[in-house]
Design a protein around this ligand. Structure first.
Ligand code: URA
Length: 240
């Protein structure tokens, strides 16, 4: 048995808080009857509907995926382009990505059918550290990149300070490799931050998400996360 709001959240429809709102608004039925009370327990065999749409009670599943460049971080695409879930043909649960990586960014992406978990990880206040490796145009110096370690104001948004390290520079090609650690997840954040310092990003990869790394994972492949990984990720959302 599970609490009704948890079942709705696990189906990926809403966060647990939103699911509670749906219940109190009378939008949820259990076995054909409207349930407005919070905390009602439902079993696997119970039929849950939100706005007349049935919910299938799937077991929550969690994956980490090495997203290739040229793939959309979504579960479907109206123009029929390749999406991340196309790599999960053997997974029957209806999973979707936790946040997104740009089309031309590669690296570590989480996918799940657990809406509650997903919302928690994406919450701007608690976001987990993510480490990116960027190849940028130009020869980076600590001085030129120093704005990264303070609050930056880009496109009307205040971005939290990042940690950075210059890993190498190629004088001939006039490029540098920079490692950047951020815990927010705004659209194009890494590209915008580096561009604001005068270093347009040529290539971007996410190497680490909390304690998870791409080690032993090939591009285009995934692995299911175990309970320990999932619990650790939830713990990592609480550190800040
Ligand atoms: N920052 C970006 O600019 N792009 C990504 O895909 C992820 C973070």
């Amino acid at each position: 048995m599970q609490r009704l709001q948890k079942v709705i959240a696990h189906a990926g429809i809403a966060s647990r808080r939103k699911a509670e709102e749906y219940i109190t608004q009378g939008r949820v039925k259990v076995n054909g009857e409207v349930v407005k009370e919070l905390g009602v327990q439902v079993a696997k065999k119970d039929q849950v509907e939100v706005d007349q749409v049935p919910i299938y009670q799937e077991e929550p599943v969690y994956f980490m995926f090495y997203k290739p460049r040229g793939v959309i971080s979504a579960a479907s695409d109206d123009k029929n382009r390749t999406v991340v879930t196309d790599y999960f043909t053997e997974v029957k649960e209806r999973i979707y990505p936790v946040g997104r990586l740009d089309y031309n960014t590669s690296g570590l992406l989480l996918l799940t059918n657990d809406g509650d978990f997903s919302q928690k990880l994406m919450h701007p206040k608690y976001e987990i550290d993510k480490v990116y490796i960027a190849k940028v145009s130009g020869i980076a110096t600590n001085k030129k990149l120093s704005p990264l370690s303070k609050k930056m104001h880009i496109e009307g948004k205040t971005l939290a300070p990042a940690k950075f390290e210059i890993l190498s520079s190629d004088k001939k090609a006039q490029t540098s490799i920079v490692q950047l650690t951020i815990h927010e997840g705004r659209n194009h954040q890494v590209k915008n931050m580096l561009k604001a310092c005068g270093f347009p990003v040529e290539k971007l990869k996410r190497e680490r998400y909390g304690h998870l790394t791409l080690e032993n994972l090939q591009v285009g492949k995934y692995r299911e996360l175990n309970k320990n990984d999932v619990n650790r990720l939830i713990e990592e959302t609480k550190i800040k």
